[in-house]
Design a protein around this ligand. Structure first.
Ligand code: SF4
Length: 124
């Protein structure tokens, strides 16, 4: 039996409501209502292996009272199913100032090939 799933594309402000048809074994048999190829690729990814950018904070050893925690994010999207585990790794991480903008703090988190980087700088 075929299944149909609707995916709202977030790749541009048009927010197309894309229909994805899937066979029982999960393979995609059709994609419609997308206005461009980018949307089809996004919808296929969403139904097979959804990914998200993870934003969070890590503890930082600093004498800057304005930054008791350091904001971080993944340098690219990681599989949604790994978000909780990645949050645990981030929660157990403490870094030492100075930290620069976009500095890699946790390389290759959970073997994803994606780094966790700082989104601000704390210089002392
Ligand atoms: S399918 Fe294409 S046009 Fe539609 S929202 Fe996605 S990126 Fe935009």
């Amino acid at each position: 039996m075929m299944k149909s799933k609707e995916v709202i594309c977030v790749q541009c402000p048009l927010a197309c409501r894309i229909q994805v048809e899937m066979a029982e074994d999960g393979t995609i048999s059709g994609i419609s209502n997308n206005r461009c190829k980018r949307g089809a690729e996004y919808a296929a990814q969403e139904v097979t292996n959804p990914v998200r950018i993870l934003t969070s904070t890590v503890s930082i050893v600093t004498d800057d009272p304005e930054h008791p925690m350091l904001p971080v994010q993944t340098s690219a999207a990681i599989p949604q199913k790994l978000l909780l585990e990645a949050m645990k790794v981030i929660a157990n991480t403490t870094v030492q100032a100075p930290v620069h903008y976009d500095q890699v703090l946790i390389p290759n988190i959970l073997g994803t090939g994606v780094d966790v980087v700082s989104t601000t700088e704390v210089l002392h």
